[in-house]
Write a protein that binds this ligand. Structure first.
Ligand SMILES: NC(=O)c1ccc[n+]([C@@H]2O[C@H](COP(=O)([O-])OP(=O)(O)OC[C@H]3O[C@@H](n4cnc5c(N)ncnc54)[C@H](OP(=O)(O)O)[C@@H]3O)[C@@H](O)[C@H]2O)c1
Length: 248
């Protein structure tokens, strides 16, 4: 089938081509610049080149996002533009990549992701909303940026269950080839860990000598993460642990 991946140049998008091709699909990867293998141009924020990119797709993996820019423009309005550009007579399944806890964690970007989910649920399209947990590489990035000299401060008691992006990509290739769920499914890593446990493992592998300090963080967002709102309650699990990712 003809598969369009939005966010094709992203952390996840780049990993999707291989398992989708292995499943027998032809893959086009959309981004604003249209770079990379099978790259096509399409801008969700302006609608530019979108109709041409989306038109013939039989399967869509919607993984484009703009967390650091304007997620309401790209993730929410952009998802509306995507829905309008789809050829309904051809599309068999659209998988939207969302995040575990977008309905429970009070955080602006998550609110936008939840709103994008509602756009898709109301679209009448054959959709699956796949909520994944944090990718291992993203955890690395967060810990790297949180480090202050020899000290790595982390929020006390936050519970997470990060997942390997390669496992997520393989799972999405399975899911998009199957029937639409018509709602939410979850996908997480093999083990639940505290932020401090992750930080200690990261520091031992990547920044030896770093002292991890777990600090209580007030507020509703922190309370939700302590309560396990970012931990999946159902769905399948990836196999690769964070420790294996660090060793790799
Ligand atoms: N990272 C995580 O830990 C994590 C965890 C769970 C779920 N997710 C979800 O998984 C999906 C992929 O995340 P990621 O970390 O791979 O994202 P990413 O690395 O930030 O990549 C974002 C992608 O979106 C594209 N994009 C941004 N603005 C665009 C626009 N206006 N029009 C078209 N494309 C645009 C970017 O392409 P160009 O900049 O080249 O145009 C890039 O390919 C997202 O929906 C995210 O919410 C991520």
């Amino acid at each position: 089938m003809d598969v369009l991946v939005t966010g094709g140049t992203g952390r996840l998008g780049q990993r999707l081509t291989e398992p989708l091709r292995a499943a027998g699909h032809s893959v086009r990867q959309m981004s604003r610049r249209g770079t990379g293998p099978g790259g096509v141009r399409g801008d969700l924020a302006t609608g530019r080149d979108l109709a041409a990119a989306v038109g013939g797709a039989e399967l869509i993996v919607h993984a484009a996002t703009d967390p650091r820019g304007d997620p309401w423009q790209v993730d929410v309005a952009g998802t509306r533009r995507l829905v309008e550009a789809v050829d309904r007579s051809r599309l068999q399944h659209l998988v939207y990549v969302s995040i575990v806890g977008v309905d429970r964690i009070p955080y602006g970007y998550y609110r936008a992701k939840f709103a994008a989910e509602q756009v898709l649920l109301g679209s009448g399209l054959p959709v699956t909303l796949l909520r994944a947990t944090q990718f291992h590489d993203f955890v690395d990035f967060l810990l790297d940026t949180a480090q202050r000299g020899p000290v790595l401060p982390v929020p006390m008691g936050w519970r997470v269950q990060p997942v390997d992006v390669g496992d997520v990509a393989a799972h999405i290739a399975d899911v998009v080839s199957g029937p639409p769920a018509g709602g939410v499914i979850e996908y997480g890593g093999p083990e639940e860990l505290s932020a401090a446990e992750l930080a200690r493992a990261w520091a031992a592998a990547r920044a030896p000598g770093t002292y991890v300090v777990a600090t209580p963080l007030p507020g509703k967002l922190s309370a939700a993460l302590r309560d396990g709102a970012a931990v999946p309650t159902g769905g399948e699990r990836g196999r690769r642990t964070y420790a294996e990712h660090l060793r790799g």
